[in-house]
Design a protein around this ligand. Structure first.
Ligand code: WQD
Length: 340
């Protein structure tokens, strides 16, 4: 299939582009580079040996989006593009709702007009909110995220359900990620957050490469084995392969829309991740324990059984592989991707 990947220059998007090409699909990328760099295109073409057309514009421009579907033959869409900083979404909710929803609306209208009916959506475990029983299961109905960012995912999932229900033949997969980490084993593509990383793994990697002085562990008094929060960290290559599996199984869906957890089903603590990274680098990494971060939950992870059985997909890469691949990327690219 020829797949339009929105946000394909981003962290998960770029890895998914590679997985799609490896699986024999063709890819077209649209990205406005608001949180990524054009350098990624060259890295993807070098790694895949294939041309990867990039269209640089903002998907909230409905006319440009429609023109893209007129000029490019597209069979399916995988939609990553969107603002995703939890903290920023709290201070700028309207900007987040407008951007994330309008970009999705542009894509859906263009799909309607051009007869494209396959859609894979980059959703998030954050839709389960703060009260879902662990491990999280897809049939949990009380979806309500604790941040405007997460709520855009809840709303878009609902929009997709309502739109797919009235369009004959539409098939939509809602992929709820847990904590994406790691990098392609080549070390040529990886996570490149702009500014101070919000997330654990890139922060640890920047400490290891000397960009940050030390890690602050946000609380060690949680009701967990070592007192630090536990999360379901999934290798981005496992995640990317999960998108290919979902795309290729869309035709098998009995319903127009179906949600899938993409996780390992296992929790790992902050300190366990830090020490795994020390093993990968052979260095002792400095850290201090600070206060809890507002909004953090103590522990959650996926029940991935539905994706395992219905998509024939399973996360296989270990925490040690995650750290080794992350370190290979970060040490080869200490400042992330070059260029503005
Ligand atoms: C993991 C753990 C922190 C940084 C976030 C988003 C979620 C999703 C995945 C998009 C927590 C601790 C972190 C640090 C620390 N993104 N930590 N020191 O919060 O589970 O999920 O990313 O869908 O929407 O909320 O991931 O990596 O920020 O934190 O101690 O410098 O690491 O307290 O326990 P989180 P995270």
């Amino acid at each position: 299939m020829r797949v339009l990947v929105s946000g394909g220059a981003g962290y998960i998007g770029s890895h998914t582009v590679l997985a799609l090409l490896d699986a024999g699909h063709d890819v077209v990328v649209v990205d406005d580079f608001s949180n990524s760099k054009p350098t990624v295109q060259g890295r993807l073409e070098a790694l895949s040996g294939k041309h990867v057309p990039f269209h640089a514009f903002d998907l909230t421009d409905a006319d440009k989006t429609e023109q893209l579907f007129v000029h490019e033959q597209i069979d399916a869409v995988i939609h990553f593009a969107g603002f995703k900083a939890v903290g920023e979404s709290v201070s700028e909710p309207l900007r987040y709702y407008q951007n994330n929803l309008d970009a999705t609306f542009s894509l859906l209208r263009a799909m309607q007009r051009s007869g494209v009916s396959k859609f894979v959506f980059s959703s998030s475990a954050t839709v389960y909110g703060e009260n879902a029983p662990v491990p999280y299961q897809e049939d949990y109905e009380y979806l309500s995220a604790s941040s405007p960012y997460g709520q855009t995912k809840v709303v878009i999932e609902r929009v997709l359900s309502d739109v797919a229900a009235v369009h004959e033949g539409w098939k939509v997969a809602l992929l709820r990620y847990f904590n994406p980490v790691g990098a392609h084993p080549s070390g040529q593509i990886g996570e490149d957050p702009q500014g101070i990383p919000n997330n654990l793994m890139p922060f640890i990697a920047q400490v290891a490469v000397g960009r940050r002085e030390r890690l602050t562990v946000f609380g060690d008094d949680y009701p967990t084995a070592d007192g630090t929060c536990e999360r379901d960290y999934i290798h981005v290559m496992d995640l990317a392969e999960g998108h290919v599996a979902a795309l290729e199984h869309l035709g098998d869906l009995a319903e127009p829309v179906r949600a899938f957890n993409l996780g390992t089903g296992t929790g790992t603590s902050v300190l366990q991740m830090l020490h795994a990274f020390e093993r990968a680098t052979g260095k002792e990494l400095p850290y201090e324990v600070g206060p809890r971060r507002a909004g953090d939950l103590a522990a959650f992870w996926a029940d991935p059984a539905r994706a395992n059985t219905e998509l024939g997909w399973r996360a296989t890469r270990t925490i040690d592989e995650i750290c080794a691949d992350t370190w290979r990327w970060q040490s080869a690219n200490p400042q992330g991707y070059p260029g503005a």
